[in-house]
Design a protein around this ligand. Structure first.
Ligand code: M6R
Length: 364
């Protein structure tokens, strides 16, 4: 059942290129994006003036990535909220509000309750899920299915990349509708998005640098993940994965926040995992790395292939292929998943079934 892999988590990590390919398959027809059930009319789509993405855990992190893309391409204000908060406050909802509910299982109690509440208040709801016919799919006005197939390990991996791919296409659709993206740009972006499947394969072909970095961090009691922009959003996911399966305490911060508190935590050998892929804020992340290094931190950098300079600042460098910044979440997340798994195994943890957790959270 594990297909020759030692655990489901690893099997599912290696299933990610296929997940991305299948989630994208058949979606772009004559320069137009097609979704499974899009019950919104072109007029309703064109009228959208606010987007809320609601989700929990890893699915929430996929939402954080999507916010960047939605606002960049469509200029529609987008907020991302954990469903358990959204459902108990009084968000601003009008008939031109789009609520995007993201849930691998399609049955998370808080996400479902938030969908119901949003629909009562008049929002249009779009569901992104892995499970056909799940409550999230049934109760939404439109659905994009991610094609991750069954995910067994409690830690979400391939479903996360599927969600990011689906949300990226939704952001492209909104960009096209609002005039921020031309059909030619949609085609180009879609091609690059599809290419990430190959880039993930490249990362998976040699994971030795990830294992070396994990071995250096395994005995830590705490770790900090830092990055900026899309890099910061991946850090939240990297820290969650590490906590969830290795029980090593980890926190993620937008790197610019270091000086506002977290830097006080640093001491000799404290692991700082920095997402330092090439992006408009690359230099800023490098300065944050230098500041951390100056306090004795052990730096693990996720960097873009060809970036030799980063070796001057980091103790361990994990390279990922060069991609457009907006797609870096897809590639740079993969080493963070493997990093968490490697540390968990070195600490003797059961990576598929971490303590205290269930695969779907159907009660509040
Ligand atoms: O099925 P969902 O996507 O709604 O689940 C949400 C979270 O419970 C889930 O992502 C959880 O955080 C994962 N175990 C993280 O790896």
């Amino acid at each position: 059942e594990k297909g020759g892999y030692p655990d489901f988590m690893l099997k599912e990590i290696y299933d990610q290129p296929r997940t991305v390919r299948d989630t994208l398959a058949g979606r772009l027809v004559n320069g137009h994006l097609q979704f499974d059930e899009l019950a919104l009319t072109p007029e309703e789509l064109a009228a959208i003036d606010r987007v809320y993405i609601i989700a929990c855990g890893t699915s929430y992190h996929a939402g954080l990535i999507a916010k960047n893309l939605i606002e960049m391409w469509s200029r529609i204000p987008c907020e991302v909220e954990v469903a358990s908060e959204f459902r108990y406050r009084n968000p601003i909802i009008t008939p031109s509000t789009l609520v995007v509910a993201v849930s691998q299982s399609g049955e998370t109690a808080d996400t479902l309750a938030a969908i119901r509440d949003a629909r009562i208040k008049g929002a249009k709801v779009f569901g992104i899920t892995n499970v056909v016919g799940s409550p999230v799919a049934r109760e939404s006005d439109g659905v994009i299915y991610i094609k991750a197939n069954k995910e067994i390990a409690v830690a979400a991996t391939k479903s996360f990349l599927g969600q990011v791919a689906a949300l990226t296409m939704l952001a492209m659709l909104l960009g096209q509708i609002k005039g921020g993206l031309t059909t030619a740009q949609i085609r180009m972006l879609f091609r690059e998005l599809a290419d990430t499947a190959l880039q993930i394969e490249q990362i998976l072909a040699d994971t030795s640098a990830i294992d070396e970095a994990a071995a250096a961090c395994k005995d830590a009691t705490s770790a900090l993940f830092i990055g900026r922009g899309i890099g910061a959003t991946i850090c939240y996911e990297g820290a969650l994965k590490l906590k969830e399966i290795s029980y090593l305490h980890a926190e993620a911060y937008a790197a610019g926040e270091m000086k506002h508190g977290p830097i006080a935590l640093l001491h000799e050998g404290f692991p700082v995992i920095a997402v330092a892929t090439k992006s408009p804020t690359y230099d800023k992340v490098v300065s944050n790395i230098q500041e951390s290094k100056a306090r004795g931190a052990l730096i693990v950098a996720i960097a873009t292939e060809g970036d030799e300079d980063i070796k001057k600042h980091a103790d361990y460098v994990i390279y990922v292929p060069k991609v457009r910044d907006c797609f870096s979440a897809i590639t740079a997340s993969v080493p963070l998943q493997l990093f968490a798994r490697s540390i968990a195994l070195l600490r003797g943890c059961d990576v598929d079934q971490p303590r205290n957790l269930a695969k779907s959270v159907t009660v509040e």
